[in-house]
Design a binder for this molecule. Structure first.
Ligand SMILES: C[S@@+](CC[C@H](N)C(=O)[O-])C[C@H]1O[C@@H](n2cnc3c(N)ncnc32)[C@H](O)[C@@H]1O
Length: 329
């Protein structure tokens, strides 16, 4: 606004001076006074314009300063945002990597479970097949005791049943009584054989006797109490069934080695072959159940190396089955 006032004042002074000259009616001293006035006006004008320019410059500088400050602030903020973003980015990556690993682990576990399920379906089908086969050979007189788990599996019972029907042994010995005592009892009943089951646990001996009685097999199956006692071979000591319990046992054509349990000591089943072989007929088979277990593999290997007269064969069974045969199979 002051600029415009100055510009108008200067214009008026210049216009009046020009008119006075063209009219020629001015006092000759007047142009000099006017010139001095114009010079003074121009000086004022230059001063005013300069002052106004300086003010504008100062305002511009102030604006520049504010802008620079704002820009600096923005720069710092962007920098801090970048840093924050970087930190968050790294954290996100860590979380994503961890999540990825968890998801991968989950897939592996599910894959493993799927494969285990597939194997179990295959195993169950094989047991079902063996069970159906066995059931077609016997007519039970009471509900049959469960198989698998702590008891023998149908696949092992089927192999033993095949041996009994083919070789017709007079005597069958079981190391460890239970469900198998009943199933083998029914097959023995068909062929006229006798079953003697050795049992170290009095309560299970009683339970097995009850089962045998319930199935009307007491004339075929005898459950003998046989506490575990030490037996030495060379420098090795084993806990095995009381040898007194073997009294009268002869002409054995099948031995089912399913006890004592591995928890009773290392190579717990080893004594079966050295102690029972002298009571066996010329043709005999020892069926070593659970042969897939490390401890029973050791038993199997010791038998194979110390008794070359018995030939070892390995059968596909869910818990592992090694069969040692003497004589014609
Ligand atoms: C490997 S289990 C097998 C017993 C038997 N040969 C069978 O297949 O049913 C060995 C031991 O299990 C124990 N046992 C017997 N009846 C049982 C039962 N109903 N529940 C749990 N264990 C039993 C006995 O001490 C037996 O000597």
């Amino acid at each position: 606004m002051p600029n415009r006032t100055v510009r108008v004042a200067a214009g008026v002074v210049i216009a009046a001076t020009a008119l006075s000259y063209s009219a020629g009616d001015l006092d000759p001293r007047l142009p000099m006074a006017l010139s001095a006035g114009v010079a003074a006006g121009t000086g004022c004008l230059v001063f005013a314009v300069g002052r106004s320019l300086r003010r504008a410059l100062r305002r511009g500088e102030a604006r520049d300063g504010r802008m620079r400050g704002e820009l600096n602030r923005l720069g710092r903020r962007i920098g801090s945002l970048e840093n924050t973003g970087g930190v968050r980015h790294a954290e996100c990556l860590r979380v994503l990597t961890r999540t990825g690993r968890l998801v991968e682990g989950g897939f592996e576990r599910v894959g493993g479970q799927y494969r285990a399920l597939e194997r179990e379906i295959g195993r169950s089908y094989a047991q079902f097949e063996a069970f159906t086969d066995l059931r077609s050979l016997i007519t039970p007189r009471a509900p049959l005791p469960a198989l698998r788990g702590w008891a023998a599996s149908p696949d092992v019972l089927r192999v033993m049943t095949g041996w009994i029907l083919r070789t017709r042994p007079k005597t069958i010995v079981e190391c460890g009584s239970g469900s198998s005592s009943v199933w083998l009892g029914y097959v023995a009943e068909r062929t006229g054989a006798k079953v003697v089951a050795l049992e170290h646990e009095p309560r299970y001996a009683e339970a097995s006797r009850d089962l045998v009685r319930a199935h009307g097999l007491s004339d075929v199956v005898e459950i003998r109490d046989a506490p575990l006692l030490p037996w030495w071979e060379g420098m090795e000591t084993y806990l095995w069934y009381d040898r007194e319990a073997l009294t009268g046992i002869e002409d054995v054509g099948l031995v089912f080695v399913d006890g004592p349990p591995g928890t009773t000591g290392p190579a717990a089943r080893y004594p079966a072959l050295p102690l029972l072989l002298p009571r066996c007929s010329e043709q005999v088979a020892f069926f070593l159940d659970d042969a897939a277990r490390e401890d029973d593999k050791a038993v199997s290997d010791r038998w194979a190396s110390r008794f070359p007269e018995v030939a070892r064969t390995t059968h596909p069974a869910e818990k592992g089955l090694d069969v040692f045969v003497r004589g014609d199979a």
